[in-house]
Design a protein around this ligand. Structure first.
Ligand code: MLT
Length: 394
């Protein structure tokens, strides 16, 4: 018997687990210090009242014989798929119900989707990158190639026709850099993928933070995307579902290679390995798309956007270079005084007890950068900005 030796090729601990361990150790050694957490992108506002109301209603349904729900459809209930279709329509995208698969979150599906791809596919990811894209491929034994995302290209790498990729990961607005592709830029990627027969795995988890015109909210707003892309979405950042768990993946019926349908394979995969998201949670998720739900989640997103501005203003005051924050809940900044990412992490933790995420944790090009999240409470964000300002203007 042998275990999967590809696990020897990934870091021993997942980035955010490593950070949590470091912070826990610091906290245990310094119990009197108040730690301000702007590291992992976890939301802090409670679920919207419309969602809570729907969750309560669904719990009550489960208490009665007539309205009880056992196993549901593995790919999600029609009521939620219809709500999602309606939302896409507002962005000018028409989807078939069978193209939408409800899941327990984008992170799971981004890893699970690899079941439908061949082991020898060549994988292209930006550097820096959300570590899940890399680790899940390396665990499965695939080789990963990197494309440089740097300040020079606005952290938005564009296709290079001399590279033959099979699977391409794009995340926009981007985690960790906050950069977002325009529709024109995404069109270039779609054309490249169709020309090469590649598939784009498009992570749209941060779509709700887009404020500027001309940026894509879905890759399916781009002509030709349905023959080359799969889109991953989440209620986590949009509606505070990080602990409630719900997301969805759009696999177009038109996405076929060698006579095989990605949609049919994903359905086969999900019906075999997944029993669906709880009925109660799907009812809560559907409430996000009601008029009331939309109003309430937008109010919550506005709080996080105002937090992003607090952090951005702090960087402006200090003359620190940064990007993101505008169409994204992440501020991606250059570590001051030439510090490397982990040195800056320790410097902030030890001196002012502010936790962020070292850019180097997202890839080699992240070295010398640092990510702060806007998902804290306004109080914590202001306090963290004050502490950073005081420390760095010394
Ligand atoms: C992050 O901080 O990068 C995200 O919270 C990770 C995630 O969504 O899984």
């Amino acid at each position: 018997m042998h275990f999967n030796t590809h696990f020897n090729d990934i870091a021993q601990s997942y980035l955010f687990s490593t950070i949590a361990q470091k912070v826990a150790a610091y906290s245990a050694a310094n119990p009197d210090k108040t730690i301000l957490r702007l590291g992992i992108g976890d939301v802090t506002l409670p679920l919207a009242p419309a969602v809570i109301y729907a969750l309560h209603g669904a719990v009550d349904e489960m208490s009665k014989k007539e309205t009880f729900h056992g196993y549901g459809p593995e790919q999600g209930y029609d009521f939620l798929k219809e709500s999602i279709r309606g939302y896409y329509r507002t962005n000018g995208v028409e989807l078939e119900p069978d193209e939408i698969f409800i899941s327990d979150g984008a992170k799971s599906d981004l890893g699970n989707i690899l079941d439908i791809f061949a082991a020898d596919n060549k994988v292209l990811v930006p550097d820096p990158v959300y570590p899940v894209y890399v680790d899940t491929n390396v665990m499965a034994g695939r080789k990963v190639e990197y494309m440089n995302a740097t300040a020079q290209n606005g952290f938005l790498p564009m296709p290079d026709y001399s590279v033959d990729a099979d699977i391409i990961y794009l995340c926009s607005p981007n985690n960790p850099t906050g950069a977002a592709y325009s529709k024109a830029q995404l069109k270039e990627w779609v054309d490249y993928a169709n020309a090469k027969g590649a598939v784009i795995l498009y992570d749209a988890a941060y779509e709700c933070f887009i404020t500027e015109e001309g940026l894509a909210r879905s890759i399916f707003q781009i002509d030709g995307a349905k023959t080359c892309a799969i889109e991953f979405c989440s209620f986590s950042k949009t509606a505070g579902f990080t602990g409630t768990r719900c997301g969805y993946t759009v696999v177009p019926l038109a996405l076929k290679r060698d006579g095989m349908s990605a949609n049919k394979m994903w359905l086969r995969r999900q019906t075999t390995k997944f029993n669906g998201v709880p009925y109660i949670v799907q009812r809560g998720a559907a409430a996000v798309f009601t008029q009331e739900g939309q109003k309430q989640i937008k109010a919550n997103i506005a709080v996080y956007q105002s937090n992003a501005k607090i952090i951005a203003d702090c960087m402006d005051d200090l003359g620190i270079w940064y990007t993101g924050g505008k169409n994204s809940p992440y501020i991606w900044l250059k570590c001051p005084n030439g510090m490397d990412s982990w040195t800056f992490f320790d410097y902030l933790l030890e001196n002012i007890q502010v936790v962020g995420t070292p850019g180097a944790g997202f890839g080699a090009n992240g070295e010398g950068f640092f990510r702060l999240t806007a998902f804290g409470s306004p109080e914590v964000t202001k306090e963290a900005a004050d502490r950073i300002k005081k420390l760095l203007s010394k």
